[in-house]
Design a protein around this ligand. Sequence first.
Ligand code: SF4
Ligand code: SF4
Length: 290
Amino acid sequence: MISVSNIERFATHDGPGIRTTVFLKGCYLHCPWCANPETWFLKPVLMHKKQLCVGCRQCEKACPNKAISFQKDWRVERARCQGCGLCAACCLPGALSISGEVMSEEQVIREVMKDLDYYRESNGGVTFSGGEPLYQKEGLKRLLSLAKGNGLHTVLETTGNYPLEDLREIEQYVDLFLFDLKHVDERKLAEVTGGDLKKIMACFGWLSEKRPQDVIVRIPVIPGFNDDALTELIDYARSRNVREINLLPFHNLGKNKWQQLYLPYQYENEKSMSRESLQKYISDDVTIGG
Ligand code: SF4
Ligand code: SF4
């Protein structure tokens, strides 16, 4: 069984052709700009849209675990919440929802196979993203092996923040890697994201040595974090002869999710970055995506 956040059909930005992207739950990092913070919770997670809530307190009555309370405002105690969804089922205005589902790997692949004709026509396939897909390594391995068994092209979007052994175990099932590089400053990376540069470098170094042309490096460009270190990051990725380097300009489209999870969002007043502001970095091997 594997904990899935979302399955997105007809994705066109997560690898070649038309694809289905499976977002898996769990992550080793906590990047403050994350567009999918709901994936940080391994279990299905309760989300609350404050603007729809009329304060009727039906959810409080419905919860068997006493996870919801109204001291001043609506509140959920995450440690008590089991993600059962009983509260959401009785919320008539639709303020509550559960994000995520535990599925069998076979069930996931059955969903993915629904668009097989589109993959064939467009040279597409399936992409596993997250969160960090390796966070559920055994489930991911099973998914990848089922996907390959069904003749699908596989893409893995990953941060590399795990032991190299984990990557070695699944590498043979992956056709293309979208490898996130965020910073080359060990201290800054650890402070802001909780990442371990040594682990990331070990994974990236090994993979780019073994299969450089099957690696696309993705760099999220974040104001105040790495926008002054792009040349260094690009030079480093380029020195490994990877297939392509993709810059992802900062956007704040995940803001609503942070609000619905009651997590503090640091980029409340930060505007999305324009593609034009990154034009100077574009070259044969550097593109702008996202
Ligand atoms: S049931 Fe829905 S509308 Fe009523 S208090 Fe709970 S979240 Fe708000
Ligand atoms: S999802 Fe279930 S456990 Fe969590 S707050 Fe709602 S009713 Fe309670």
